[in-house]
Design a protein around this ligand. Structure first.
Ligand code: ZN
Length: 278
């Protein structure tokens, strides 16, 4: 990462103070600290802008190995949008265009991702959630309560009645804008009665030019054989854990395409198109 620029967008000083948002003592979660310092643990690390990816900058700028130094949970994609990235428990998985999952090699490169070290500030049991809109409703309520101007990484482990996810075919150069590529190369999957984990990132409203505002969710099955970008979900029972994060670090990519991208163009519509099923 020598030639790349690390931007510290927000102050890192208020470590663990998100812990104070836990309203119910019984839901507090004991966290196990590793050797990673607190500033890194309480930071969302972002590779590039989603708006760079949507314009077609699919060139990888950090390796899987480097990404793991910045978190143990997260979402993203790979060079050439070669599948959906899901990181859980420190392992980086790739959901391929057929919905199957493999472990990503350490030297694979990544054009866009968000990761953090997961320290749950609170947890909650949920059940009988019949679709993603309902799930987002519950998560939005949580954000309203905890503060909408912070970042949240959420982990949902449970049994699901149905999961609807997508991945995409690896793109070839010259790269097309993502919305255009997905028109022909998106592949969707539906799995019934499946156990697994949803990793969800919440970005506040002021991130509108840098990422997708609101929730972005990826799924991986408990046996790590199926996964993708989450389009819809029917939850039987699950445990939802929330990690409130006060820091934000963004790495501008050192790719050949990035310096020339016109990032002044409003891409809200395209981002909505690539993030949701409608
Ligand atoms: Zn995604």
């Amino acid at each position: 990462m020598k030639k790349q620029i690390l931007l510290c967008m927000l102050a890192l000083g208020m470590l663990s103070s998100c812990g104070s948002v836990t309203s119910d003592e019984s839901s507090a979660v004991e966290t196990v600290k590793t050797e990673v310092n607190d500033a890194d643990r309480e930071t969302i690390f972002q590779v590039s802008l989603l708006q760079g990816l949507t314009l077609g900058d699919y060139y990888g700028s950090v390796t899987v190995k480097e990404l793991k130094q910045h978190g143990d949970i997260g979402i993203g994609t790979f060079e050439g949008v070669n599948g959906e990235l899901i990181m859980v428990d420190g392992v980086v998985y790739r959901a391929l265009s057929d919905g199957s999952v493999e472990t990503a090699p350490d030297d694979e490169t990544i054009p866009f991702s968000n990761v953090t070290f997961f320290d749950a500030d609170e947890k909650q049991d949920i059940s009988g959630i019949s679709n993603i809109a309902e799930l987002k409703g519950i998560l939005d309520e949580k954000v309203e309560k905890l503060g909408r101007n912070r970042f949240y990484m959420v982990r949902i482990d449970g049994s699901f009645n149905n999961v609807h996810a997508r991945s995409e075919l690896k793109q070839q150069e010259p790269y097309k804008p993502l919305a255009e590529a997905l028109k022909t190369d998106q592949r969707e999957f539906k799995w019934d009665k499946i156990d697994g984990t949803v990793v969800a990132l919440y970005c506040p409203e002021y991130m509108n030019d840098l990422n997708a505002v609101g929730w972005h969710m990826h799924f991986i099955s408990a046996d790590k054989t199926k996964g993708g970008h989450l389009l819809d979900i029917d939850i039987d029972t699950a445990e939802l854990k929330t990690d409130c994060t006060l820091g934000f670090n963004m790495l501008l990519p050192n790719t050949k395409m990035f310096p020339g991208l016109d990032l002044t163009v409003d891409q809200s519509d395209d981002i909505k198109k690539v993030e949701t099923k409608d």
